[in-house]
Design a binder for this molecule. Sequence first.
Ligand SMILES: [Zn+2]
Length: 131
Amino acid sequence: MAMHGSARCALCQWRKADECPADCHFRPHFPAGSQAFEKIRRVYGGNVVEITYGALPFPEQQARLAFLALEREADARIENPVMGSLGTVAVLEEQIRRLREQLASVEQKLALFQQQVALLRQQHLHPNNNL
Ligand SMILES: [Zn+2]
């Protein structure tokens, strides 16, 4: 039996598989000692990698992005155990709400300023109209 030892990918090591086949779907994404796999395993369990891969319509083209998303979601869940990435979305939505308020306020001041400029220009052109 050919011993690959540490050549097994992180998923095959986690499954305690005897070998990691040369065409293992996970090897390119999760080499031995992969920190990404370790984070995903810790948060969601190692099975989620296979489940995610199995759910992809075009796994060969989509696996890299799907596994990157899993890793980022695991990061968010480690940072915010309650809300995960939804917590990040909530913070950004609040920032958007506040910035829209600021923009509305600035637009109001600008409109007022433009009215004053128009009024001053009118008075300057026709100084006797106010008498
Ligand atoms: Zn493998």
